[in-house]
Design a protein. Structure first.
Ligand SMILES: Cc1ncc(COP(=O)(O)O)c(C=O)c1O
Length: 634
C-alpha cells in the first residue's frame, strides 16, 4: 500500500530517482553519486534547521542535483557525438537569468569545469558578474540581449584578458555600435549573430520562437550584416550563429525541425564566406514537471539523451550534405540544469475541512428542512449520489435564503451548515469507493475541497505558478505510508485570493485537489514544492537583473508649471548584484586578478588594463538599463 500512496503523488514519475520514500514514511532525497545509500529524510532536515533557528518556509538547494544535471547533459552530448562520429565538441553555457544567485552560479562554474561549461549573459549586470567568475579556458561567455557601448567595450576588452566573450548581434543598430567600438579600441571582437527561425515551436513559450519573435535578425538583416562586416573588414569576427529554439519545448519533433532550419542558415552563411565555428541553439530542453512523458505544456515527450542525439544527428547530416566542417555545438539550457536542484519546503498552518465526520441532530424547534437534509444519508446509495448532492445543495440554499429574510436565526443556520457538511462528507466517502462516478459529480464535489493553508507566498516563491499556470509537483514530506483521507487546495498566507494552488501533479495525471492527511494535534505537517530551481527565485522583480528604474514625482505648481518634486534614483548594478548575494567589491577584486593575469601573459598592455578596469568600475556604479554614451560618461 505504501508504494501506492507514494505513487499517487507521481513522485516516481517526475523525480528521476532523486526522491524516495523512506521506511518510516518520510520523503527523502537520494544522493545521485550513491543511489543505493539510504535517502536523507526531508522532515529530519527541517527539524535540524529549526533547531538552528532556520524556519520554514525554506528554499532548499541541493548541490548534488545541480552537479547531476550538468554531468548528465555533458555526458549525453558526448555520447551522441561519439555515436555519430561527429567531429566537434559540445560547449554548453548556463543562462544566468534562469537562476542568478551567486551560490548557484558558483556551483555551476565549479561543476562545469571539466566540461568547459560556460555562462550566458543577457544584460550588463549579468556580464559584470560573469566576468568575475574565472571560467575555465575555452569556456564560452555568450553575450545576448541589447547592448550599449559600455557593454560592448567590456566584451571586446575582456577577450584580451583570456575570457572567451562572444557578442551576439541582436539588431542592425547594435552592429554599428560594435563596429565603431572595435575601431575605436583597435581590437577585434568575437561576434555571433542571432537569427530568427521561421518555425514556431509549441508549448507555453511558443511566442519566443518563429518569425514574429521579438529577438534576432530577419534573413535580410542577416545578409546585410554580412555585407556590413565585410565592408568593415570584420567578417572574420563572426564565428557564432545563435538561434533560441524556445523554452520548455514539449515535442522532440519541434527541436529537430528548428535545428534543421538553423543548419540551413549556418551552411548558407558559410557559403557566403562567413567563418562560423559555433552553432548555438539556445534553450528549449524541457523538464517533465508532471512525469507524464507526453507533449504538453508541463511535460515533454523526450529524454535528455534523445534531445542531444536529435541535435547531433541533424547537424551532422546537414553539414555533411553541404560539405561544411562540423561546428562546435552550444546550447543554453537553463531549466534542465537548475529546475531539480531547488525545492520549497514549508508546513501547513491550519486546515478548513469542508465536511464533518460526526452526525448532528436538529433541535426540536428547527425548521423541517434541517431534518430533511439530515435524512439524505438514509437514501444515499451509489446510484443516487447525484440526487443526494442536488438535495443537499437545495436545502442549504433554501435555509440560507430563510436566514437572509429573517425567518431563521443564526444558531439554526449554523446547525444547517454542519448538517450539510456531514452529508457532503458521506457523499465524498461513497464517491471514493465507487467506480464510474459521473465527472459532473466529481466536479461539483470539488467545490467542497478542503483548504490547507501553507506558510509561503505564491507570488514571492512561485511566480510562474501564479502567472502562467505552471505546474510543479507538490507532496507531503511525511506519512507516505498512510492513506491520505482529505482532498485539498493549498492556500498561501498572502491576503490575495489568487494566492492558492488548485492544480496538482498526481500519479494518474493532473487533479484539482491534493490528497493530503488530516492534521494531527501538536504535530507539524510539512509539504514540499519541487522542481522550482529555474526562473522562480528572482523572476518576480529582478528578471535579467534589471533593477528598480529611476522614479520621479512631478506636479503642477501654483503657476500651472509642471515641476519636479521628488526623485528616487534607480538601482545600480552593484545594488542588484548584492541582492542576489554577490559582493560587488569581491567581484571587482576577482576580475582584477583575472585581468592582471592577462597582463602577465602579455595578452593585454597596462593601458588596456586600465581602460578595462575603468569600464568595469563604471558599469558597477552605473544604471542596470541601456545607457547612452553621454550618460555613461556624464
Ligand atoms: C536566449 C535564451 N537562451 C537560453 C534560455 C534558457 O532556456 P531554457 O531554460 O528553456 O533552457 C532562454 C530562455 O528563454 C533564452 O531566452
Amino acid at each position: 500500500m505504501s508504494d501506492e500512496i507514494f505513487q499517487s503523488y507521481g513522485i516516481h514519475r517526475w523525480s528521476q530517482g532523486m526522491f524516495a520514500r523512506m521506511e518510516n514514511g518520510d520523503l527523502g532525497i537520494v544522493n545521485p553519486a550513491r543511489p543505493d545509500a539510504p535517502p536523507a529524510g526531508l522532515p529530519e532536515l527541517l527539524h535540524a534547521l529549526d533547531a538552528r533557528g532556520i524556519h520554514t518556509p525554506v528554499l532548499v538547494r541541493v548541490g548534488a542535483f545541480l552537479r547531476r544535471q550538468i554531468e548528465a547533459l555533458n555526458a549525453a552530448f558526448a555520447k551522441a557525438i561519439e555515436a555519430n562520429d561527429y567531429n566537434a565538441p559540445y560547449r554548453g553555457v548556463f543562462p544566468i537569468k534562469v537562476n542568478q544567485q551567486a551560490e548557484v552560479i558558483d556551483r555551476i562554474v565549479e561543476y562545469g569545469q571539466p566540461f568547459q561549461f560556460g555562462l550566458e549573459a543577457g544584460s550588463k549586470p549579468e556580464l559584470i558578474l560573469a566576468l568575475s567568475r574565472d571560467l575555465p579556458k575555452g569556456a564560452l561567455l555568450i553575450c545576448n540581449g541589447i547592448k550599449d557601448a559600455e557593454f560592448i567595450r567590456l566584451g571586446i576588452l575582456a577577450r584580451k584578458a583570456g575570457i572567451n566573450c562572444v557578442l551576439v548581434i541582436e539588431s542592425p543598430a547594435e552592429a554599428d555600435t560594435v563596429i565603431a567600438e572595435a575601431k575605436r579600441l583597435g581590437e577585434m571582437p568575437a561576434l555571433g549573430v542571432r537569427i530568427k527561425l521561421t518555425r514556431r515551436v509549441t508549448g507555453n513559450w511558443a511566442d519566443s520562437s518563429g518569425d514574429r519573435s521579438t529577438f534576432g535578425l530577419t534573413t535580410k538583416e542577416v545578409v546585410d550584416l554580412v555585407d556590413k562586416l565585410r565592408d568593415a573588414d570584420m567578417l572574420d569576427c563572426l564565428v557564432l550563429q545563435h538561434a533560441h529554439l524556445g523554452s520548455q519545448v514539449p515535442q522532440v519533433i519541434d527541436i529537430r525541425q528548428a535545428v534543421d532550419e538553423a543548419c540551413r542558415f549556418y551552411t548558407e552563411l558559410r557559403r557566403l564566406g562567413v567563418p562560423l565555428q559555433y552553432l548555438d541553439l539556445g534553450g528549449g530542453l524541457g523538464i517533465d514537471y508532471t512525469g507524464e512523458a507526453r507533449a504538453s505544456e508541463n511535460s515533454i515527450n523526450y529524454t535528455m539523451d534523445e534531445y542531444c542525439s536529435n541535435i547531433v544527428e541533424t547537424v551532422k547530416y546537414q553539414m555533411d550534405a553541404a560539405e561544411v566542417p562540423h561546428p562546435t555545438l552550444v546550447t543554453e539550457s537553463g531549466r534542465a540544469i537548475v529546475a531539480y536542484s531547488s525545492m520549497l519546503l514549508s508546513d501547513i498552518l491550519e486546515a478548513s475541512y469542508f465536511d464533518r465526520s460526526a452526525p448532528i441532530t436538529p433541535e426540536e424547534d428547527d425548521h423541517h428542512m434541517l431534518s430533511d437534509m439530515a435524512a439524505i444519508v438514509e437514501y444515499l446509495t451509489p446510484r443516487r449520489i447525484q440526487e443526494c448532492l442536488n438535495d443537499a445543495e437545495y436545502y442549504r440554499e433554501e435555509l440560507r435564503a430563510m436566514f437572509r429574510r429573517g425567518v431563521i436565526g443564526i444558531e439554526e443556520v449554523a446547525r444547517a451548515e454542519q448538517i450539510f457538511l456531514y452529508v457532503i462528507g458521506r457523499i465524498k466517502d461513497l464517491v471514493a469507493q465507487t467506480p464510474d462516478v459521473p465527472a459532473e459529480v466529481r466536479e461539483e464535489l470539488s467545490a467542497h475541497r478542503d483548504i490547507y493553508r501553507a506558510n509561503f507566498s505564491l507570488f514571492q516563491s512561485l511566480p510562474d505558478v501564479w502567472a502562467i499556470d505552471q505546474l510543479v509537483p507538490i507532496a507531503p514530506l511525511q506519512r507516505l505510508n498512510e492513506r491520505p483521507t482529505r482532498r485539498a487546495v493549498l492556500s498561501d498566507i498572502t491576503c490575495d485570493s489568487d494566492g492558492k494552488i488548485d492544480q496538482f501533479v498526481l500519479g494518474d495525471g493532473i487533479g484539482n485537489a491534493l490528497p493530503i492527511h488530516e492534521l494531527q494535534h501538536g504535530e507539524r505537517y510539512f509539504i514540499g514544492i519541487f522542481l522550482v530551481g529555474a526562473y522562480q527565485e528572482t523572476l518576480g522583480d529582478l528578471h535579467n537583473l534589471f533593477g528598480d528604474t529611476n522614479v520621479v514625482t512631478v506636479d503642477f505648481n501654483e503657476d500651472g508649471v509642471l515641476e519636479l518634486q521628488n526623485e528616487v534614483e534607480g538601482d545600480t548594478v552593484s545594488e542588484v548584484m548584492a541582492s542576489v548575494e554577490y559582493e560587488p567589491k569581491q567581484c571587482l577584486d576577482a576580475f582584477k586578478r583575472i585581468v592582471e593575469r592577462g597582463v602577465r601573459e602579455g595578452a593585454l598592455n597596462p593601458s588596456q588594463r586600465r581602460m578595462l578596469m575603468q569600464t568595469y568600475r563604471d558599469s558597477l556604479n552605473g544604471y542596470t538599463y541601456y545607457e547612452h554614451e553621454e550618460q555613461t560618461h556624464g
